[in-house]
Design a protein around this ligand. Structure first.
Ligand code: XUL
Length: 524
């Protein structure tokens, strides 16, 4: 019997569905049958988003939750239209952009349980929310709330020790505190607070689904060691929060069966099971098979992230990176950058270049860029913490296209290398994923800066793949995550480091660090 598992990744700019097909009882035969993505702005312009985000006050980044509902509906419609065997899907795993939160009112439980299959999903959920828009991970407007929570809990190190990260603006706890302070009535009317990754499974299961420790760790609310809500953190954040937060549920568990609505509307089998969702980075960890040491993953997407499996839990002494749960039950370390794809696009657009031109410049210019440095803070930044946008150039002018292109990529790679050193051993290889990992020249800079081979994975949708593998694993527990991810670890190409360039980058990193430190110091 052929078996099918579905992974869904609801990310910042798009939703992706990835269907795995497994021949007979042989997991090693599993292959990706269908990958389908819908870009939110292009598919649903009526929501008024740009790159998946509503225009708003500086520092704020919100998305209407109904766009995620419409996206889910749309991607399932597209799969059905393509003749995907939805009736044979046995389990659905979900991955979501991290930190984004959805606020549901008291009608949610009855509404989700009684959806009318003669009607669209989005139209029936209009009255579901106690907060019209959802703050997402790009929001940087909660510095005040971060300071308040940090003070109550006894300082940065105490928060970091307790929750795996110090308080970050985009983390859900500070966002909830801001909501409670600015909209107390709407906060009071909130019955359930979900993450994007628990909201989508809740729609699918027709009931409120828990938050997994992978994504729960991105809230400044979870005791990272105990994988349970921390009462002190909840109390420091907002009143009555314990009654509103959905429960934490182990990742590798079943939340329930798919609801009758999806059975009737899309032809799913009533026996199809739904797992708790996880964050896109924990899902990518599984999709890239990073379930033991030796390699790290770098995803070049809307955000650039560097992540690795963590055997021995310890936190970043600089407090810049995070420890999250891994869906395998272990832990992961992660560094997150806001100035990822949008910064690369900014530079490309400023000089009117095609991606071919951009790559051509990387090919013909020299490693180290003659020590010319760009601090690429086109938007506010997470690492290091930069509260006001403002790219800084040293030794060249912003009209110099060649210097600018090389500088943005070298800055991104150098910063990742510097700020991930705390994670421990040097990796033996890097597995690259995400949209921009298609670009060989960018990956060559990555290989040269880190001094290790970079393997470009065949699928750039590693989060959706990880979500699908989780769905497979929950039904085939006798197989390890390692075994289930192996069939998909196909590299489209490998780039080996140029040793001379790597030497140059050693010196360049010192210059970069100096500029970064003095710029950060100048802001205080
Ligand atoms: C992780 C983070 C981003 C989002 C992007 O901490 O903020 O990587 O998960 O979707």
């Amino acid at each position: 019997m052929t078996r099918y598992y579905l992974g869904l990744d609801s990310s910042t700019q798009s939703i992706t569905a990835l269907l795995l097909e497994q021949a007979e009882e042989n997991p090693a035969s599993t292959r990706i049958l269908i990958e389908k993505s819908l870009n939110f702005d292009a598919a649903y312009p009526e929501f008024g988003t740009r790159n998946g985000v509503l225009p708003g006050a500086p520092g704020e980044a919100h998305t209407p939750p109904q766009l995620w509902v419409r996206g889910l509906e749309g991607v399932l419609e597209a799969l059905k239209k393509e003749g995907a065997p939805l009736g044979k899907v046995e389990a659905i795993g979900v991955s979501g952009q991290q930190h984004g939160s959805v606020y549901l009112n008291a009608t949610a439980v009855s509404k989700l349980a009684a959806l009318d299959s003669s009607k669209g999903l989005t139209e029936q959920l209009e009255g579901l929310y106690s907060r019209k828009t959802s703050p997402i991970w790009m929001d940087a407007s909660t510095s005040k709330e971060c300071a308040e929570i940090t003070n109550t809990l006894g300082g940065d190190s105490a928060v970091c020790e307790m929750t795996g990260s110090r308080c970050f603006e985009r983390f859900t706890g500070p966002q909830i505190r801001k909501f409670h302070k600015t909209e107390p009535e709407n906060y009071a009317a909130t019955a359930h607070i979900c993450l994007v990754s628990s909201f989508i499974p809740s729609l699918l299961a027709g009931k409120i689904v828990g938050i997994d420790p992978g994504d729960g760790a991105g809230m400044n609310l979870m005791d990272v060691a105990k994988r349970a809500w921390n009462p002190k953190a909840l109390e420091a954040t907002a009143p009555n929060l314990a009654s509103k937060l959905v429960p934490i549920q182990e990742s590798d568990s079943i939340s329930g069966k798919i609801s009758a609505y999806f059975v009737a509307r899309f032809g799913f089998s009533p026996s199809c099971v739904i797992l708790p969702g996880t964050g896109d980075n924990p899902a990518s960890l599984v999709g890239l098979g990073l379930v033991s040491g030796g390699a790290i993953g770098i995803s070049l997407g809307t955000s650039d992230t560097l992540f690795s499996y963590m055997s021995n839990v310890h936190t970043d002494p600089d407090g810049a990176s995070h420890v999250f749960g891994s869906p395998t039950g272990a832990y992961m370390a992660i560094s997150v950058y806001k100035n990822g794809s949008l910064a690369r696009e900014k530079v490309r657009n400023r000089h009117n270049l095609s991606w071919e031109d951009f790559s051509g410049i990387l090919k013909r210019t020299q490693a180290g860029n003659q020590n010319r440095v760009l601090l690429p803070y086109f938007d506010t930044e997470i690492i290091p913490r930069i509260g006001k946008p403002g790219a800084q150039r040293y030794g060249f002018s912003e009209t110099d296209a060649e210097a600018d292109v090389r500088a943005v990529i070298e800055a991104q790679m150098t910063s990742m290398s510097l700020h991930s050193a705390w994670m421990g051993e040097k990796p033996r290889r890097i597995q690259a994923t995400g949209g921009a990992s298609n670009n060989r020249e960018i990956l060559q800079v990555m290989a040269d800066v880190f001094g290790v081979p970079v393997l470009r994975q065949e699928t750039s949708n590693s989060a959706a793949l990880g979500a699908a593998i989780r769905a497979q694993h929950v039904l085939l527990k006798e197989n390890s995550f390692e075994d289930l991810s192996r069939p998909h670890l196909k590299t489209t190409f490998t780039l080996t480091p140029n040793l001379e360039a790597h030497r140059v980058y050693g010196e360049f990193a010192a210059t970069y660090k100096r500029h970064e430190q003095s710029y950060v110091a100048s802001l205080v």
